[in-house]
Ligand binder design. Structure first.
Ligand code: ADP
Ligand code: MG
Length: 447
């Protein structure tokens, strides 16, 4: 693997010196993802100048030399989204030679096993060793950013490691749909079906979007059934339990439960720290002279960003990006806590708001796909009353707000109604293991 300094000096040889000094030298080299080198600056104008004038040329050259491409990102406060990293690699077209679409970095080795993902990990591992024979289909679900895609891709990578001749294909439900539309347009539906039924292992991400498919779902069912019949492995990820995906055919749902159905829960502080340390350790393989990130900074990051590991990694990248901008020589630099707090201020203040009932309501509403206004409405429909009870229960658990005040925040409910709701959820938790896991995982987020 190449390190940044080499790439930089190479770029210097491509450009004239003043251009290099003015435009490239001040950029922060942040990280490497697959074949992409992420480079950032706070100066959007500068980035856009580089993009318009020299980036294409530089990329041609470093692609040839290192097989890598530079990607510019803004390090501005309001531009905190690193999710494009994913979409970029996923967008790789299905080339004529077989392309699995698997990102190398997602392996079992780079995945941290924790209580919250223990089952998901062990089922995935088993599937990767015995494709088609242990759990088929394997269905992994969780809230976003908790490692589903990572595990699924790890399965694919391991299967290929064990058997290079197998055709393993990863794609998102949206990709599959787009392909289908394209094949339909060309009047080649049978080729579409043939293409997908002929692979050996199919990894389909974000199946929750299948609801948008309309009629094309039939194709998926067909492919799915074929895989099961032929004992070929199929792995599916989703941000929802199958029962919570409307429009999914009942037969398929029961088939999911028949195979392996596993979830990943929100990680606790300790878990987030472990994952963050792993990420830092992995960076060290690529950046020999990386920054020193002390325990207290790791703790600060992990205790500030709770709900999503992708965001946590985004914060780490951002922190290192700032450090690169600030320190010209990264060799002996330690990222101190005050530096980290300053660099991540916009990030952290967003996620470190004190817990309010409104915050809980927003989260619960999102989780159960209803509106906050439903939670404070008078409706007693189960789909609304139940999330409301959950939200009241969590409010009681994680705040010190008295019952009558909780009641008033839920549209003026009497404190006895609040108490009744809490008791009801307490009771259900005792007998419903799934629910208790879910709710405890939510409580963990607000602690
Ligand atoms: P999801 O598909 O559930 O939205 P991803 O698999 O994309 O989440 O994970 C988001 C990021 O968090 C990835 O970079 C992934 O490597 C990382 N991640 C999540 N859980 C773990 C874990 N247990 N160990 C290592 N990395 C993890
Ligand atoms: Mg995913």
């Amino acid at each position: 693997m190449e390190n940044f300094e080499r790439i930089k000096s190479f770029i210097e040889t491509v450009l004239d010196r003043p251009t290099f000094e003015k435009w490239i030298s001040p950029l922060a080299f942040i990280t490497k993802y697959d074949k992409i080198i992420l480079v950032g600056s706070k100066d959007v104008k500068k980035l856009s100048w580089i993009k318009q004038n020299i980036l294409e040329n530089i990329n041609k050259k470093i692609k040839k030399e290192f097989g890598l491409t530079l990607k510019l990102i803004s390090l501005n406060e309001d531009d905190s989204d690193f999710t494009f990293l994913e979409t970029d690699t996923h967008k790789k077209k299905l080339a004529s030679s077989f392309n699995s679409n698997l990102q190398d970095k997602y392996t079992f080795e780079s995945f941290v096993q924790l209580d919250q993902n223990r089952m998901a990990y062990s089922f995935s591992h088993s599937v990767s060793e015995f494709p088609g024979k242990s759990y088929n289909p394997l269905y992994i679900y969780s809230d976003v950013g908790l490692g589903k895609t990572h595990l699924m891709v790890a399965i694919g990578n391991r299967i290929l490691e064990n058997n290079k001749n197998l055709q393993v294909l990863y794609l998102t439900t949206n990709d599959l749909m787009k392909e289908y539309v394209e094949y339909t347009r060309l009047n080649k539906v049978s080729e579409f079906t043939k293409k997908y039924t002929s692979v050996d292992v199919l990894l389909i991400d974000d199946i929750q979007y299948i609801t948008r498919w309309g009629g094309t779902r039939e194709q998926f069912y067909y492919i799915f059934n074929k895989f099961i019949q032929e004992e070929k492995q199929i792995v599916i990820c989703s941000d929802k339990h199958p029962d919570n995906i409307p429009d999914l055919e009942h037969r398929i749902k029961s088939r999911f439960e028949w195979g392996g159905l596993v979830d990943i829960l929100h990680y606790d502080l300790e878990g987030r720290i472990a994952i963050l340390k792993k990420k830092i350790e992995e960076r060290k393989k690529f950046f020999k002279n990386d920054f020193i990130i002390p325990e207290e900074v790791i703790y600060f990051l992990a205790s500030s960003i709770k709900d999503n590991i992708r965001k946590l990694e985004g914060a780490l990248n951002r922190l290192i990006g700032y450090a690169n901008l600030k320190f010209s020589d990264s060799r002996k630099n330690t990222i101190t806590l005050p530096f980290a707090k300053d660099a991540l201020k916009p990030f952290i203040t967003l996620s470190k708001k004190p817990v309010t009932i409104k915050g809980i309501q927003e989260f619960v509403a999102k989780k159960y796909e209803i509106k906050v206004s439903d939670l404070i409405s008078k409706s007693n429909k189960h789909d609304i009353a139940f999330p409301r009870q959950v939200a009241m229960y969590i409010s009681k658990k994680v705040t010190n707000i008295p019952l009558h005040e909780i009641g008033s925040k839920f549209g003026g409910k009497h404190h006895s109604t609040v108490l009744h709701s809490i008791k009801k959820i307490e009771k259900e938790i005792e007998s419903d293991y799934e629910l208790s896991k879910d709710i405890n995982s939510l409580i963990e987020l607000f602690k």
